[in-house]
Design a protein around this ligand. Structure first.
Ligand code: SF4
Length: 476
């Protein structure tokens, strides 16, 4: 979903930000600015950021999601949520100028929360302020902590304060972890269903932070096994109780490097946090080292894990070599890991752009990529991604929807990062085999693209776009 208002509308960022400051949201905006620093461009170029937090809530069992915002924004968000198969109700608290000005809107939200708070159905209700209620200072922090035993969590996710929908996932994941950590600190909490009763009390787990392909945690579990470690339920979590298990880990692995608020909660819980991820031979060896050392594992067991992993991945890479030039652009947060894997598989990757910010958890990947001739662009703008693609003329461009569209116009084979790359395994030997398959299948289409560009010529571009006589070029 693209944002609903035009350039200075969806945003009108300065006006909305000023209004929010005056309405008492200064501290909340300052926290967002610190957690999610802006980059070369201060306006997100992807979908409405609130989709990220909405999606996290919708994927969590026994969690109700209520939005408060302009009808057009809520329409777009719910449409996209259902397009991606949410199959869950999204609550909506509408407003008008009167309810905004009188403050009645807050009462309406409270009423909606009370009406929804059925402990038989829900563990948690998430209320999200979109742009206008945030700018108007609707004080979600004054909502009750719980109603009928159902937790209530209010978050502000304004487009003028959150650069990407990826980081919005962290806003909700972090807010929920904070509440779960507080509960665990106060007293005993319920055992997560995902941890079998037979599981040893002293089992040592690694929590993976970031939404990933379902097979990846299983693969990572295999990589960790020689060190006596297992994987914990990941963050963002799928049930409330899973968060207790996630927090109760030996090590948290910030595989997606933009979960700043979530990492803060792991650190407050006294858990060490490591960055990067187990991609390719070198990436996996370094990651296993970092995890093993953070967990205090004996060097010989770390070495055993490395030896097992490296042999399998080396075999997979050798069996699936990539030969070609690839550019990578995206807003998922795993772009640097994908670029690393491509290079280890034999590809030349001169450019890797990510809409996410530079953080300490992707620093090792940035250094490795730079040393291997890849320019890493954090907070990449679409214009930078397109410029890089034009300049290096890759055999395959992996990117966002508008980038792929531009690539097709230029006759360059291209695939969507989200649909193609994020929907396949990335880690261990499985990731090595999968990425090579994608690149091989897609670059085969190069000749076909060239023929299509030649056949259609300028049709569909510039003044020839759209319907009617003007688009045929027969009329001036
Ligand atoms: S909530 Fe804000 S960023 Fe999202 S669509 Fe509405 S105006 Fe745009």
């Amino acid at each position: 979903m693209t944002r609903n208002l035009p350039e200075d509308g969806c945003h009108a960022a300065d006006t909305l930000r000023d209004a929010a400051e005056k309405a008492g949201k200064g501290p909340a905006l300052a926290r967002l600015a610190e957690d999610y620093p802006k980059g070369p461009h201060d306006q997100p170029q992807s979908m409405c950021p609130a989709f990220g937090s909405l999606r996290v809530g919708l994927r969590m069992a026994r969690t109700a999601s209520i939005l408060c915002g302009s009808a057009c924004c809520v329409y777009g968000l719910t449409f996209t949520a259902h397009f991606y198969g949410a199959r869950r109700t999204v609550g909506y608290v509408p407003f008008d100028s009167e309810s905004l000005v009188t403050g009645r809107i807050f009462q309406d939200i409270e009423d909606a929360v009370v009406e929804t708070a059925d402990p038989d159905r829900y563990d948690c209700i998430v209320v999200t302020n979109l742009c206008v209620p945030t700018a108007s200072g609707v004080p979600l922090d004054r909502l009750p902590e719980q109603v009928n035993g159902v937790r209530v969590i209010g978050i502000d996710v304004p487009g003028f304060g959150v650069p990407t929908h990826a980081e919005a996932k962290d806003i909700l994941a972090g807010a929920m972890l904070k509440r779960a950590r507080t509960e665990a600190e106060v007293g005993p909490v319920a055992r997560p269903d995902s941890i079998p009763d037979t599981d040893a009390e002293d089992a040592r787990r690694v929590t993976l932070i970031g939404e990933m392909f379902p097979a990846d945690p299983v693969v990572v579990g295999g990589l960790l096994a020689p060190m006596g470690l297992t994987v914990a339920p990941p963050v963002p979590s799928r049930t409330w109780r899973d968060q207790y298990a996630a927090l109760d880990c030996a090590v948290a692995a910030a595989v997606h490097p933009f979960y700043t608020a979530s990492v803060r909660e792991f650190r407050r819980a006294g858990r060490p946090v490591v960055g990067s991820g187990p991609v390719g031979v070198e990436g996996t060896a370094a990651w296993l080292d970092a995890v093993g050392q953070a967990a205090g594992i004996a060097p010989r067991r770390i070495e055993a894990a490395r030896a097992q992993a490296v042999a399998a991945i080396r075999g997979a890479l050798a069996a699936n070599p990539i030969n070609g030039r690839v550019t990578v652009s995206g807003y998922e947060g795993s772009e640097l890991l994908v670029a690393r894997l491509l290079i280890e598989a034999g590809a030349e990757v001169p450019y890797c752009g990510t809409a996410c910010p530079r953080t300490e958890w992707s620093e090792a990947d940035r250094q490795w990529l730079t040393a291997h001739g890849c320019h890493v662009q954090y907070r990449a703008a679409l214009e930078q991604d397109v410029e890089a693609m034009r300049e290096v003329r890759p055999d395959l461009a992996v990117g966002t929807t508008p980038l792929v569209q531009k690539a097709k116009e230029l006759g360059i084979p291209a695939i969507y990062f989200t649909n193609m790359v994020s929907a396949r395994p990335l880690f261990g030997a499985a990731g090595a085999g999968s990425i090579a398959g994608i690149v091989a299948a897609q670059t085969r289409g190069r000749e076909r693209f060239a023929r299509m560009v030649e056949f259609f010529g300028p049709i569909g571009s510039g003044r020839r776009a759209g319907y009617g006589p003007a688009s045929t070029g027969t009329e001036g």
